[in-house]
Design a protein around this ligand. Structure first.
Ligand SMILES: [Zn+2]
Length: 255
């Protein structure tokens, strides 16, 4: 078995599913009717790294399968309206994958009733479609609250009972496979629905721990902000900021 959380491991999960006769389906056009074999929904919640998502999307396409990539509209980790992200989303959907909304309820006031939450999700999905040009017809919840299984007209919820309560649900949240690694969970006997949730930030960079991956993420975001300022601020074009200057300045701050 490949080292967990490497690109080889991601590839072996897909190949393992194919070898066992599973079909792969996406949340925007889910499998309907009786199931002769098992169906895998390969779900990617893009919490931190659009580049990581693009890498996994390329790999899955090379293996001939389609997955679903859910993007946040509201996060400090990336801006879905930037040219960089729009290009990545175009590449992902161009490779045949589905794109959906990853809904962050913490960025909204607590709704007074369920219909208000429904409107929040519909509005975010429309905004995501507008800024990215992607067709959005499915969503998944980020840090879910009690509206996890909410029914939103016109959209498919990745936590609907048929994909979650009635399915084999395997997740890599906090960089730990639960309940088991997908290759241990998949089985020729399991002719039902399997949902495998993947967070691209854990995969493919040979991190030793969740903490190391998170540090790498924070440094990447800081690097992007620095690159943007260096490119667009006239004073910095003459003398660009560098990480060593920033580190030096941080070391002089009071703890
Ligand atoms: Zn999330």
């Amino acid at each position: 078995m490949a080292e967990p959380f490497t690109l080889d491991d991601y590839r072996s999960i897909i190949r393992g599913g194919l070898d066992l006769g599973y079909e792969f389906a996406t949340f925007d056009s889910p499998h309907t009717g009786p199931l002769a074999e098992g169906v895998i929904y390969l779900r990617h919640d893009v919490d931190r790294t659009p580049e990581g998502a693009a890498l996994l999307a390329r790999l899955a396409a090379e293996e001939g399968v389609r997955g679903t990539f859910f993007f946040l509209l509201r996060t400090e980790s990336y801006n879905v309206a930037t040219r960089r992200c729009v290009d990545i989303i175009r590449q992902i959907s161009g490779a045949g994958h589905a794109v959906g909304l990853h809904f962050n309820h913490l960025e909204h006031p607590t709704p007074s009733d369920e219909s208000e939450r429904v409107r929040q999700i519909q509005k975010e999905a429309r905004l995501l479609a507008d800024v990215t040009g992607a067709g959005i017809s499915c969503f998944s919840m980020h840090n879910p609250d009690d509206s996890l299984r909410i029914d939103v007209p016109g959209f498919i919820n990745a936590y609907a009972p048929r994909f979650f309560d009635d399915a084999l649900y395997i997740s890599d949240s906090n960089r730990k496979w639960k309940p088991v690694h997908p290759l241990e969970g998949l089985s020729p006997k399991h002719a039902g629905v399997v949902q495998i949730l993947i967070h691209p930030e854990w995969h493919g960079s040979n991190f030793d721990s969740e903490r190391q991956a998170l540090i790498h993420h924070v440094v990447s975001v800081a690097g992007r902000v620095m690159d943007e300022d260096n490119a667009q601020n006239r004073a910095l074009q003459e003398r660009p900021l560098s990480f060593s200057e920033i580190a030096d300045s941080l070391s002089r701050l009071d703890p």
